[in-house]
Design a protein around this ligand. Structure first.
Ligand code: PMP
Length: 460
């Protein structure tokens, strides 16, 4: 380790509290400092090269060294680094990106509101939905339906919608009215012997029973990720989304598609709602919107949603909501260029074309004695590890074994994400066939080393 990186290592331990990190473990082991990106690869401070199998945080569609995004940012930074979007002000990148987003998303979505992050976007969605129902004279209609294991962010409202104990424990969440329904993941949540069709029917019955028990006049919206990401990459059972949409229409409940991970080709179609055949009233995007080169999220809404909000702002005099940096011009300029690249290089098509190579390559690990289930669609996948394949029993304590796989994978030169007992995989959309093969080979070695380790520890 060179002196500079060594001192950075110590400085990090001294000064930084890291998100999603065990602070005490961090004090002991310190950070992995990444210093450089190149296409689908990143390099650490010791010069070790890694294939980035998680695209940063499910987000770097165009890879880690796209010069066009650097140029777009530099150009906008020198022309106009900032101007507010409040009070009738506007800037060209914000206007043109909104137009582009309306063109790229399903056609019934017609207006855009910007925030800096997915969490802020989902908090904004909650506030807009409440605002709408106040305008419509139905102040009781405020509850959200979400799902166990769903991920919508970590701010007060979005963290309440998230259905993961780790994001709520200790934080006094949920803090808004939300009901979490069963996670739509057949492998873990289906009853013994329940077919996928029966599972879907049960989930839809549960949703309808919940709506009726809570009183439809109190349920404002249903929010979900088409494919669940950060909770462990769970694909829904056949028929689930059309069934949820039908219930939303029947009971006048707004349908929100959280496409922060799914959006822009991740699932093989431009948007996850298209992959699964439903029509949301509100769609949230972020991450691949700028390939995370700049912080930005966008909420798209139907004209019907917009009209109610617009009427209310007219009545109140203004929309009392907005973020200083929401829709920052540099972020929007980077977003436009990023989406241009996605379109010109047909990266969404690339994801669709390479999906089978990744998905069938991963499914070949189904025979591995640690692997309980391989699931996924497009260029997103989860490999769930179990102690016992027959009973699906997990290792104890939960999460330890997948953490070892992530550690061995890093040693092999592959970055992946361990989520409880699932390995999350979500490479940049620019990935090639050869790089998918490299990912599979490195993951295979990491799984074998995990098995050897588990056996040596007497866990398996
Ligand atoms: N929604 C989904 C589906 C996400 O995956 C995430 C982030 N992983 C968020 C919302 C929150 O986004 P952010 O971290 O930008 O606040």
């Amino acid at each position: 380790m060179n002196t500079r990186s060594n001192s950075l290592h110590e400085t990090d331990i001294a000064y930084q509290l890291h998100p999603y990190t065990n602070a005490r473990v961090h004090e002991e082991q310190g950070p992995m400092i990444i210093t450089k990106g190149d296409g689908c690869y990143v390099y650490d401070s010791e010069g070790k090269k890694y294939l980035e199998g998680l695209a940063g945080l499910w987000s770097v569609a165009v890879g880690f060294s796209q010069p066009r995004l650097v140029e777009a940012a530099a150009k906008q930074m020198s022309e106009l680094p900032y101007i507010q979007n409040f009070a009738h002000k506007a800037h060209a990148p914000g206007i043109l990106l909104a137009e582009k987003l309306v063109e790229m998303t399903p056609e019934h979505l017609t207006k855009v509101f910007y925030t800096n992050s997915g969490s802020e976007a989902n908090d904004t969605v909650v506030k807009f939905v409440w605002f709408m129902n106040n305008m419509l004279g139905r102040p009781k209609k405020k509850k959200f339906l979400a799902r166990n294991k769903g991920y919508h962010g970590i701010t007060i409202a979005s963290g309440s919608l998230t259905g993961l104990p780790g994001n709520q424990r200790g934080f006094d969440l949920p803090a808004i009215p939300v009901v979490h329904l069963t996670c739509p993941h057949h492998y873990r949540w289906a009853h013994e012997g329940e077919s996928e069709t029966e599972f879907t029917a049960r989930l839809l019955k549960e949703a309808e029973d919940t709506i009726l028990a809570e009183d439809p006049d109190t349920i404002a919206a249903f929010i979900g990720e088409p494919v669940m990401g950060a909770g462990g990459v769970m694909t829904p059972p056949e028929g689930y989304w059309p069934g949820i949409e039908a219930l939303c229409r029947k009971y006048d409940i707004l349908l929100v598609s959280d496409e922060v991970i799914n959006g822009f080709g991740r699932t093989g179609q431009p948007f996850g709602c298209q992959t699964y055949g439903f029509t949301p009233d509100i769609l949230v995007t972020s991450k691949q919107l700028t390939s995370s080169y700049m912080p930005l999220a966008a909420i798209l809404m139907t004209d019907a949603v917009y009209q109610v909000i617009a009427d209310y702002t007219a009545e109140l005099g203004t929309l009392g909501h907005g973020f200083t940096a929401g829709g920052n011009p540099v972020a929007c300029a980077v977003g436009i260029e990023n989406l241009n690249i996605i379109q010109e290089e047909d990266l969404m098509g690339n994801a669709a074309r390479l999906a089978d190579r990744l998905q069938s390559g991963l499914r070949a690990f189904s025979d591995h004695s640690l692997v309980g289930e391989v699931r996924g669609i497009g260029l997103i996948a989860g490999v769930e590890l179990v102690r016992d394949k027959a009973t699906k029993a997990s290792f104890e304590p939960a999460g330890k074994i997948a953490a070892m796989t992530a550690k061995f994978a890093a040693e092999e030169g592959l970055i992946i994400r361990n989520i409880y007992e699932t390995i999350g995989i979500c490479p940049p959309l620019i990935i090639t066939e050869a790089q998918i093969d490299e990912l599979l080979e490195k993951l295979g070695r990491a799984l074998d080393r995990t098995l050897e380790w588990a056996q040596a520890e007497g866990l398996k």
